[in-house]
Ligand binder design. Structure first.
Ligand SMILES: *Cc1c(COP(=O)(O)O)cnc(C)c1O
Length: 360
């Protein structure tokens, strides 16, 4: 342990991009934000953020919500009726990490479907749609996740995504997009977010992850959808009064931060290439195309939790997602030097020989 007088070595925190802190520019904008009561629709900064989000996504309207979870669950509530099923990939955030709110809030069941790299295709979705028989619970919604978090930040090819949306609509089913990291997907595909998400009936995306805002997510969709979503936001206690102080940071996140996500992706690829060289670790570095990497550690003889604990002692934080898998997420508060430190720490624990970063 360093003594109190020594500067503490900085922590390399790769647990999630949610740990990003607001930039000095965001803090200034927050301090100076013009505000009003948003429950009365009178916060000019929130109104501006919602207007800009709708515009960027090519939609009629948008709603600022405190978290991605609230945004997803409000969307699901608007699209469904109690007693219906929701088709999603089996590792979906809405199914595994949102406190069973599909059941609790919307009265629906998940119909989870496994898919390679978390990317569903229409044939898999179609097989999961309930037959139209009165004694079977009916499918009410298809929910897709782009990028797919637990599958390792994987991205829907635009054609696959559009195909699911078009055929779902032909079958009379709405599609919600959990686009927490849709700007990462857009960066990886080199296409604007409106183009890769426009066929979904609603989209939720987060300002508080790679885009660096301290708090907040947005829902976008039709005017009628957002009007209903606003009612459910209030029901859940999500009416936030002078939320302009948050929206001010959100506006900077939305307008300026997408342009730097490519740097996070380059860092993730660098880490993935290094990890792939370490004996006992398994990952396909070619599949790392955004800012998330998930790798298997079974070959090391240690559990992911043991490894994460030891890494933390070296000032490197990562998440054990189950006993065999570790997730690392790159973001703006970890630079290339931090990534190299993380790799060296993993190598010291699991591997031998080759110097990390030697052939960057
Ligand atoms: C983080 C995340 C959410 C939820 O966002 P919170 O703001 O943490 O509630 C939803 N979906 C995915 C895929 C996420 O990664």
């Amino acid at each position: 342990m360093p003594s109190q007088s020594e500067p503490r070595p900085s922590i390399v925190d790769l647990r999630s991009d949610t740990v990003t802190r607001p930039t000095p520019e965001m803090r200034r904008a927050m301090a100076e934000a013009e505000v009003g009561d948003d429950v009365y629709g009178e916060d000019p900064t929130v109104n501006r953020l919602e207007h800009r989000a709708a515009k960027i996504f090519g939609r009629e309207a948008a709603l600022f919500v405190p978290s991605g979870t609230m945004g997803n669950q409000i969307a699901i509530k608007v699209h469904t009726r109690p007693g219906q099923e929701i088709i999603c990939e089996e590792r979906a955030h809405i199914f595994n990490y949102e406190m069973a709110m599909l059941a609790h809030f919307s009265g629906c069941l998940a119909r989870p479907v496994p898919a390679l790299d978390g990317i569903l295709t229409w044939d898999r979705v179609e097989r999961a749609i309930a037959p139209k028989i009165y004694y079977r619970a009916q499918t009410g919604l298809i929910s897709l996740e782009n990028t797919h978090n637990m599958a390792g930040g994987t991205v829907y090819p635009a054609e696959v995504f559009n195909d699911i949306c078009e055929r779902a609509h032909q079958a009379g089913l709405p599609v919600h997009l959990d686009g927490a990291r849709i700007f990462n997907a857009a960066t990886a595909l080199g296409k604007p977010v409106a183009q890769i998400s426009g066929k979904a009936d609603s989209v939720m995306f987060c300002l508080s992850k790679g885009l660096g805002a301290p708090v907040g997510s947005l829902l976008v969709g039709s005017r009628a959808f957002i009007d209903q979503a606003r009612v459910y936001r209030k029901s859940l206690g999500g009416g936030m009064r002078q939320a302009g102080v948050l929206a001010a940071a959100g506006l900077i996140a939305l307008e300026k931060m997408p342009a730097r996500l490519a740097e996070d992706h380059a860092n993730a690829k660098f880490v993935a290439a290094g990890l792939a060289q370490i004996p006992g670790l398994r990952l396909d570095a070619s599949k790392v195309i955004t800012n998330i990497l998930v790798f298997n550690v079974a070959g090391t003889g240690m559990t992911s939790f043991d490894i994460c604990k030891k890494l933390a002692e070296h000032g490197v934080l990562a998440s054990g997602i189950d006993s065999e898998h570790i997730r690392m997420v790159t973001h703006m508060d970890v630079d290339r030097a931090g990534c190299t430190r993380a790799l060296e720490a993993v190598q010291a624990m699991c591997g031998h020989g080759r110097r990390v970063g030697a052939a960057d």
